[in-house]
Design a protein around this ligand. Structure first.
Ligand SMILES: Cc1ncc(COP(=O)(O)O)c(C=O)c1O
Length: 481
């Protein structure tokens, strides 16, 4: 039976596209194509070529055509042929790697970076990432395998833009139990995370489901503000105080985006009176509240703060993802919608699922239903609490003048600094290989709220073994008291 090119390529470890064209018949064309492949570096010195029979079958030429072409190139010195080791590209042939496509452009922006930054920070304390080394590989693989084995054939066809029913059912139960969300599977739309939800809601290059102006917290993720600006949505900053966003400042906006369980990045929950007030405002104005529940599962010291959505499912769009609980690489999230938005959001997604992989959705459904998700979150909650405690203890011992806030929940804390010292502290940290952000990088450019200096420390980011050294380095770069 003739071997296919793929089979032979697997055995020799290379896959090569050869185009037989030009004058002089197939033998001459094959010689030219192979010579060009060696000269351009696509076939590296030492590479074993496929046996005559397989290459002949792949190219649809006679076996002798391949044998003749190899013989010619051996005679020219491009190839070598030895009994037992087949035909290989000769060592030391003058190849010009990239010759065919031209040299790639030098990466000037990377070259301009300080050397430490180009290598990556020695101590990564940037917020935004869970401990990637703690991803539950075995449990996730098992869930994936079970889910794929159980999946009906139709699950591997084009996906329903609402998301798999299995996942929406699992989330309905989980979100009710763990976050106090009141919903049913028909109100959930699966997406690829919070950023994708924002894109769907506000459009980008097409009409969105919602319109601006959108009120946002005066401190928030600049990436999300940028995404909204790109969609042409004006954002109006709401000042913050120790009770969270000052929602009494809401006026004529059509929607407000909040992080009620754990203000990002300052770290407090929205005060219960303000939770009630923002719902009243939305009811009175026919507006909607977008609830970013990015790390709602990670609470340490106080009683869990349930989802705002539970107060009025018709006035709140609740958005969550696995980016903090599992991994931001999975790109899986959910929107829990008031009924009137389900149709428009599905229309915005289009006819077929184009973002959230269906096998991943099924795996997550299994992961939740089997209890693996709860177990993982509980384990990570304990780990992050220990890290939070170590951070607080290290600061008390080595930098007692630095106040640490926002520590009751989440994966980051804010170290408050004296006015005017934040920029130099961030720079000093970078020089010592400690990557973190200052509060200024989260500040809405139009807010009139007084600025406060601080460092946002993502204590979940480093792998476990590197955390102690990262803490030590952090304490070493803080401004003296
Ligand atoms: C404030 C905030 N919201 C939402 C998210 C989640 O974003 P996504 O689901 O797009 O990864 C993050 C990061 O994980 C975040 O920091």
């Amino acid at each position: 039976m003739a071997e296919s090119w793929v089979n032979s390529a697997e055995r020799i470890g290379v896959d090569l596209h050869l185009e037989l064209s030009g004058p002089g018949g197939r033998r001459a064309a094959l010689i030219r194509a192979l010579r060009e492949a060696v000269r351009s570096g696509r076939l590296a010195p030492g590479t074993r070529l496929p046996p005559y029979r397989s290459l002949a079958a792949d190219l649809g030429v006679a076996r002798n055509t391949v044998a003749d072409a190899y013989a010619e190139l051996v005679a020219e010195g491009w190839l070598t042929a030895r009994q037992g080791s087949g035909t290989r590209v000769a060592m030391g042939v003058p190849s010009t790697p990239f010759g065919q496509w031209g040299r790639p452009e030098p990466l000037r922006h990377v070259e301009r970076l300080p050397r430490a930054a180009a290598r990556g920070p020695r101590h990564d304390l940037r917020q935004g990432t869970p401990d990637a080394s703690a991803f539950p590989r075995a449990a996730w693989s098992a869930a994936y395998r079970r889910a794929l084995q159980a999946a009906p054939a139709e699950a591997l066809g084009p996906g329903d833009p609402a998301g798999r029913r299995e996942l929406r059912e699992a989330l309905t139960e989980y979100l009710a139990r763990a976050r106090g969300v009141r919903t049913e599977p028909g109100r959930i739309v699966i997406c690829s995370g919070f950023a994708h939800a924002l894109r769907l809601l506000f459009g980008q290059g097409r009409e969105g489901v919602l319109r601006g102006p959108l009120a946002v917290e005066a401190y928030g993720l600049d990436f999300h503000r940028g995404l909204l600006a790109a969609a042409g949505v004006r954002t109006v900053p709401l000042p913050l105080d120790e009770h969270g966003a000052q929602v009494s400042g809401l006026r004529r906006e059509r929607a407000v985006l909040l992080t009620p369980a754990h203000q990002f990045p300052t770290g407090g929950p929205l005060h219960p009176e303000r939770r009630a007030a923002v719902i009243d405002w939305a009811r009175a104005r026919g507006a909607v509240v977008l609830e970013d529940d990015y790390d709602g599962e990670f609470r340490y010291d106080r009683r869990p703060v349930g989802a705002l959505q539970g107060l009025d499912p018709e006035r709140v769009i609740h958005i969550g993802s696995v980016s903090k609980s599992l991994s931001p690489a999975l790109r899986l999230g959910w929107m829990v919608l008031p009924e009137r938005y389900v149709g428009p959001v599905l229309a915005a997604k289009g006819e077929r699922e184009a973002w959230a992989s269906v096998p991943d959705q099924l795996a997550l459904a299994d992961f939740v239903v089997s209890g693996s998700y709860d177990r993982h979150v509980r384990r990570m909650r304990q780990r992050y609490r220990r890290r939070r405690d170590r951070l607080v203890a290290a600061l008390a011992a080595h930098a007692p003048h630095v106040e640490v806030t926002g520590i009751a929940a989440g994966l980051h804390a804010v170290l408050r600094l004296p006015p005017g010292t934040e920029r130099s502290a961030v720079k000093a940290a970078a020089w010592q290989g400690v990557a973190l952000d200052g509060l200024a990088s989260f500040r809405h450019p139009e807010t009139a709220m007084p600025a406060s200096d601080g460092l946002v420390v993502g204590y979940a980011t480093p792998p476990e073994h590197a955390y102690g050294a990262a803490l030590e380095a952090l304490c070493g770069v803080l401004p003296p008291g």
